[in-house]
Design a protein around this ligand. Structure first.
Ligand code: FO1
Length: 325
């Protein structure tokens, strides 16, 4: 079975770990292709950092810092401390010594002319995540957030997504989310083909705006998913009216979407989604989602363990089989 998943960072990676556990053991029967968000990418100290690709690679490759959900396990921070001693910021973004190696290798390969997809493949040769990890695009796309700034002309300014997320903790309202460069970007090699050949397409519980939304903003990807033969099943990142992690509610508000499991399903729309899983706490939302033309089931969606994530993945695959008819 060929499974394709559009994924962001922590929530997506944790779901994918469960999906790997859920699919039939004989690996050759099942191939998982992950199309990763690169809108979170940030350039620091002359290095290209790809948070969502690295979170998937480290989580599935066994190197993730489990509590944080990002960065490396058993990390040390000597380089960061030395940068601080030189007064070179930004202090608010924590790059550990082990993590730096990933960004140095990536930046070196890009400088040598390799596209991000080839770089990601090379980094995964070490980490062996057990899935094919493709960036959504080899072109530079960076999500910026428009926030109010009384001192700025027009009363607002754009900040990089990471500054909004990590330094500002999304405490100020996002007036707009802009995936800079998306319009000019192209899907990375293999992305459109993987979607077209998929037996199932999954939208993990990643951020629907800045993760899944950014992947869908690359021209051609949304259309490929809409036109795909494969059933498309998503899992709600919102449980009981609140985001499971992160501050998804802040970016959902920026695009005028209520922070509910049903609203996110309708935001993706019946043109894209064939099925949608909500948590048992949101069972009351099932009729509303079904009325929107999307098959809906209520199952436990808390990824409290790898087995819990695997159960969610099994439920998603079962719903895909059901809607396939
Ligand atoms: N998130 C934080 O909240 N604080 C950090 O200092 C931080 C550093 C960091 C470094 C590398 C990396 O790959 C991810 C990092 N993240 C940090 C997480 C990152 O902001 C998020 O994982 C994604 O961008 C959102 O999904």
């Amino acid at each position: 079975m060929r499974i394709v998943a559009l994924a962001g960072g922590i929530g997506g990676a944790r779901f994918l770990r469960g999906l790997k556990q859920a699919v039939p053991g004989d690996g050759e029967q099942t191939e998982i292709t992950v199309i990763g968000n690169t809108g979170d990418d940030i350039h620091l100290y002359g290095l290209k950092v790809c948070p969502d690709l690295d979170t998937v690679m480290y989580t599935l490759g066994g190197g993730i810092n489990e509590e944080q959900g990002w960065g490396r396990a058993a990390e040390t921070w000597s380089v960061k401390e030395e940068m601080k001693a030189y007064g070179v910021g930004p202090e608010w973004f924590g790059l550990g010594d082990r993590d730096f190696a990933t960004h140095i290798v990536r930046t070196q390969m890009i400088a040598a002319g390799y596209p991000l997809s080839a770089v990601t493949e090379a980094l995964c040769a070490r980490w062996k995540p057990g899935v094919r990890l493709l960036p959504m695009s080899d072109d530079r796309v960076e999500t910026h957030v428009l926030i109010e700034d009384r001192d700025a002309p027009g009363g607002r300014r754009a900040v990089h997504f990471q500054e909004y997320w990590v330094r500002l903790h999304a405490e100020v309202d996002a007036q707009a989310i802009v995936p800079v460069g998306a319009e000019e970007s192209k899907p990375a090699p293999g992305v459109i083909e993987a979607i077209g050949e998929a037996d199932v397409i999954l939208l993990p519980p990643s951020n629907p705006v800045v993760s899944i939304g950014t992947v869908l903003a690359v021209p051609g990807i949304r259309q490929a998913v809409v036109e795909a033969e494969a059933p498309v099943v998503g899992l709600s990142p919102i449980i009981g009216g609140a985001p499971v992690r992160g501050m998804a509610d802040k970016v959902l508000a920026a695009v005028g979407v209520e922070t509910t499991a049903a609203a996110v399903a309708k935001h993706y729309g019946p043109g894209l989604l064939d099925g949608w899983l909500v948590d048992t706490a949101d069972a009351a939302a099932v009729p509303e989602v079904e009325e929107a033309g999307i098959a809906c089931r209520a199952v436990p969606l808390w990824m409290s363990s790898v087995e819990a994530s695997a159960e969610m993945a099994r439920a998603a695959l079962a719903l895909a089989a059901e809607v396939r008819g």
